[in-house]
Ligand binder design. Structure first.
Ligand code: FEO
Ligand code: CA
Ligand code: CA
Length: 632
């Protein structure tokens, strides 16, 4: 047995009691593995569910096929060399696909037959899995610079095989682009140019080098992409202020030691640089020469994602979660209307839409007596975890200036220290708000809450109706209905759509659907809709002994709540970036092989290229072998 197999095997033995490669935990349903693709399932979800498993592979339903679209290190820009893990340089990496793909967008390419534009986030680097012999105490400048180049965003044209859903990358296309930790960005919106954002390298407070920890994102109706800067705190050393503490910026050295190679990562030396990360970034992927932007009007926190819809009169509404235990979720309502068309002036106008408007934070109130929320997940007497909510305004940005709605904080402070504004506003502490998606069919909004094992522990906030389980290790999904269906409303109704876990666990809830007919799920993270209006959920950190996966669930009709697993990912990986098209499912396999103690020489995974090859994060396309649409 190879070291790799031993590592993966012991992982399986230690954590996966129910995760043999074939059997589910309760096994009797049509939705369970081996069952027929039930014709009764909601349209779009008629596939036979994949069993929970710990295979070092992407496992898809019977009758489906897959291919790796692009891997970490594949050259995408002209002049970039072929990937050689033993000869990595920053210059090479800056022309190659980055590490740890997370959010994915597939955008149309007018005039390009059978081609689309793939945009990917490269959230972070796993140096021990990238560099043979990596010494975490003494990274070399070369390793650090490769890591800078492996972060950021990737744009690559992909070509589809007409007969299948297979996608392949088109290297050297003129639209291909890499954005890295050293690419120039423009800070825009109400806090741009403020004293809080000025540094010795940028006395204007408007120019930043790079984007970091881009987790999930969104596509805008005006043809750009948004990318959430999430755990930016981990790159900054020697923080000490109360604001640093609230954002999790440590007082010591960082794990990657970047501060040794660029003092902007040392808060003690360059106190404001850290204020220039933690934003929603906007990229115009159709213009490779454009300067991407960081939008201060959407606030600064650990943005998981940013998803956009329009009001009836064409103004943007953006939802974004702050992925931290006991943190909040937010909404921005723009005041400017989107213009239609593709001319330069129209594009420039639309790129300013997220600079003016009001930023809100959510406060939720349950409708059942508090005594009925006992922290176990037991439904209250009215049969639902539900209630009402309000969007509390934090600050408003206009062309003439910005106004704070939070006592004791200036508008600039609200936009830069948004978590503190949420604290003062009395926002509801949630169980890690991650991705948020409005349904294109019903307009209802779905908020993934990954987990919160600290809920109800010690002095921490106890279970409430919106976060009804103490020590919540499996997470839940909240369904939010804006008042009168209007995205810009300042109040809403909500209920829990899904309380995740093993369906045999009485603390789970699948929108009232019979629980012997659903797949087990744990730690919902990213969410997306298919063309039929079904919600697709990818997971991060499943606590059920299975690898992470992708699931589809009906949100309407008699099958509402019927959750079915579509795929699983390799050892140590998280499922990210799902894009569900008629004939194709696209996922980002992020951090495969990320298992404690694993290194290049002792890998926990050898996906996607097999034994003897370095593990590589990659994008995977899945389609039906018979060429028909997904799940019909
Ligand atoms: Fe990057 Fe919250 O996941
Ligand atoms: Ca209730
Ligand atoms: Ca995520």
């Amino acid at each position: 047995m190879s070291v790799a197999a031993a590592t993966a095997g012991s992982l399986g033995a230690g954590t996966a009691p129910a995760a043999a490669a074939s059997a589910g935990t309760s096994g009797k349903s049509a939705g369970k593995p081996g069952g027929k693709p039930a014709a009764t399932a909601a349209r779009g979800l008629r596939y036979s569910s994949v069993a929970p498993n710990t295979a070092d592979a992407v496992t898809v339903p019977d009758g489906y096929a897959q291919n790796v679209v692009i891997r970490w290190g594949e050259p995408i820009l002209r002049g970039a060399p072929a990937f050689d893990p033993e000869k990595q340089t920053a210059a090479a990496q800056a022309g190659q696909f980055g590490y740890n793909n997370d959010f994915l967008a597939l955008l149309p390419l007018p005039g390009e037959c059978d081609r689309q534009l793939l945009v990917a986030n490269h959230e972070y680097t796993d140096e021990v899995l990238m560099f043979r012999g990596y010494d975490p105490a003494n990274p070399t400048r070369q390793q650090v610079e490769v890591a800078w180049a492996a972060h950021g965003l990737g744009v690559v044209v992909v070509e589809e095989d007409r007969r299948t859903g297979k996608l392949t990358a088109v290297p050297r296309h003129h639209l291909n682009r890499r954005v890295t930790a050293t690419t120039e960005f423009r800070l825009t919106g109400p806090a741009a140019g403020s004293a809080l954002l000025k540094t010795s390298a940028d006395p204007t407070g408007t120019k930043v080098l790079g984007t970091l920890n881009n987790c999930s994102g969104g596509t805008t109706p005006w043809g750009t992409t948004l990318h959430g800067e999430e755990n930016f705190n981990q790159y900054f050393a020697h923080g000490g202020r109360a604001t640093d503490k609230r954002y999790g910026i440590g007082t010591g050295a960082t794990e990657r030691k970047w501060e040794r190679f660029d003092e902007r990562f040392d808060v003690a030396r360059e106190p404001n640089e850290v204020h220039r990360f933690g934003y929603v970034v906007e990229l115009d992927p159709y213009d490779p020469a454009s300067t991407p932007r960081k939008h201060t009007a959407l606030g600064r926190f650990k943005h998981e994602a940013a998803t956009v819809r329009l009001t009836d009169d064409g103004r943007p509404v953006v939802y974004s979660g702050d992925d931290e235990r006991f943190d909040y979720f937010y909404k921005f309502v723009g005041s400017k209307r989107m213009k239609k068309g593709s001319g330069r002036a129209v594009r420039e106008h639309n790129l300013s839409l997220l600079d003016e408007g009001t930023l809100y934070v959510a406060r939720l109130t349950g409708d059942s007596p508090a005594i009925e929320i006992d922290g176990t997940g037991k439904l209250p007497a009215d049969g639902e975890f539900d209630g009402s909510g309000e969007w509390i305004p934090l600050a408003t940005a206009t062309a003439k200036g910005a106004v704070s709605h939070v006592e004791g904080m200036s508008a600039e402070e609200v936009f830069v220290f948004t978590r503190l504004a949420g604290d003062k506003a009395g926002a509801t502490k949630m169980d890690r708000p991650e991705d948020i998606q409005p349904s294109p069919v019903t307009g209802k909004v779905y908020v993934a809450l990954t987990n919160n094992t600290n809920r109800g522990v010690g002095a921490n906030a106890k279970a409430d109706e919106a976060n009804p389980r103490n020590a919540n290790k499996h997470g839940h999904i909240l369904e939010l209905t804006e008042r009168r269906g209007r995205p810009e409303s300042t109040s809403f109704a909500w209920s829990l759509f899904l309380v995740a876990g093993d369906p045999d666990d009485p603390a789970t809830y699948f929108a009232g659907f019979p629980k012997d007919d659903v797949s087990p799920i744990s730690c919902p993270d990213n969410v997306a809709f298919d063309p039929h209006g079904n919600l697709w959920i990818s997971t991060d950190g499943s606590q059920l002994g299975s690898h992470d996966g992708l699931f589809g669930v009906a949100t309407r009709g008699s099958r509402r709540g019927e959750l079915k697993q579509f795929l699983t990912v390799p050892t140590g990986a998280e499922t990210c970036g799902p894009v569900i098209q008629d004939r194709r499912v696209l996922v980002a396999v992020q951090h495969p092989g990320e298992v404690d103690g694993a290194t290049v020489d002792r890998p926990a995974s050898t996906w996607p290229d097999g034994p003897g090859k370095i593990v590589r994060p990659a994008v995977v396309a899945v389609w039906r072998k018979d060429g028909r649409d997904i799940g019909v």
